[in-house]
Design a protein around this ligand. Sequence first.
Ligand code: PMP
Length: 283
Amino acid sequence: MSELAYVNGTFCDPADATVSINDRGFQYADSVYEVIVAIGSEPFRMTEHLERMRRGLEAIGLDLEPHGIDLERIIREGIERAGFDRTMVYLQVTRGVQPRAHVYQDGLVPTIVATFRPKPVVDAGVRARGVSIMTIDDTRRTECKIKATSLLPNVLAVSQARRDGYHDAVFVSPSGEVREASSSNVFAVRGGGLVTPVRDASILHGITRQYILECAERMDLPLIEGTLTVPDLESADEVFLSSSVIDILAVTKVNDKTIGTGKPGPLTARLYKTFLKGLPGSA
Ligand code: PMP
C-alpha cells in the first residue's frame, strides 16, 4: 500500500510522475478534474463523477473518444493497485502538450493524470466541534459548474480565511447570494428543513450535495433549492458543508455569528447518520 500516480498509460510512484512544461493544463489550467472516493474497491457514485467530467470535457470542447481512453478502467485499476481502505482518487484531463499559445491546436493528445492516496480523515475534534466560515466576494469565472483546475480564487479565498482565523470561505454573489465554499457546497437548516443554493452555473454540482438531497428526501425533510442570503446563513439553525472528501461537516460560526448553540446541530447529525448508512459496505 503506497501512494500511486498515473500519467498517460503508466502507473508510477508520485515522485516520478511528470508532465511537460508545455502542457496546457500547466500553462493555462486548460483542463478539468474529478475527486472520487472509493470505499474498499468501490468508487462512490462513479457514474455521476464520470458524467460530470464528460459534461466538463464537452463544455471545453475536449473529446476523449478518438483517443480510446477508458477513465473508469484507470480509476478501478489504480484503486486496486494502491490497496487503501479508503482511496481519494484525483483524476485530471488536460488538453495536451503544445508550445505556449492561447489558441489550441486541433488533434492534441490529451494528458491523463491521476493520483491514488488515502482519503484524508477529518480530525475527530474538528468534526465534533464544527468549523467556522467567512463570506467573501465571488471573483471567480461564471461557469463554476465546470470542474476546471483554474482554482486560484478558491486557493486565495481559503488561505485568506485561514489567515483571518476561519476554517473556510464561502463565495457570495454581487447581489448577496451565498454560492458555495472554496471546495464544498453549503447547506443551511431553517425551520426544520434544508436550504441549499440552486444548481445553476455559478456553483459546482456536487455529487455529495445531490446524495444529501436524496438522503433528506428519504428522511422526509422539507427541501428548498433556492436563494440563501448572507443574513439567512448567519441566522440559520444549523449550517454544514459537503464534499466527497469531508462528507458532511458542521459549521458553528458564520462571520462573527454563532450558529445555533455553537455546537453541531441535531438535524445535521441525523442526516450524517443516514448519509453513512447509504455508503458502500454499510448494511
Ligand atoms: N464546490 C466546489 C468548488 C468544489 O471544489 C467541490 C469539491 N469537488 C464541491 C463543491 C463538492 O463537490 P463533490 O461533492 O462532488 O465533491
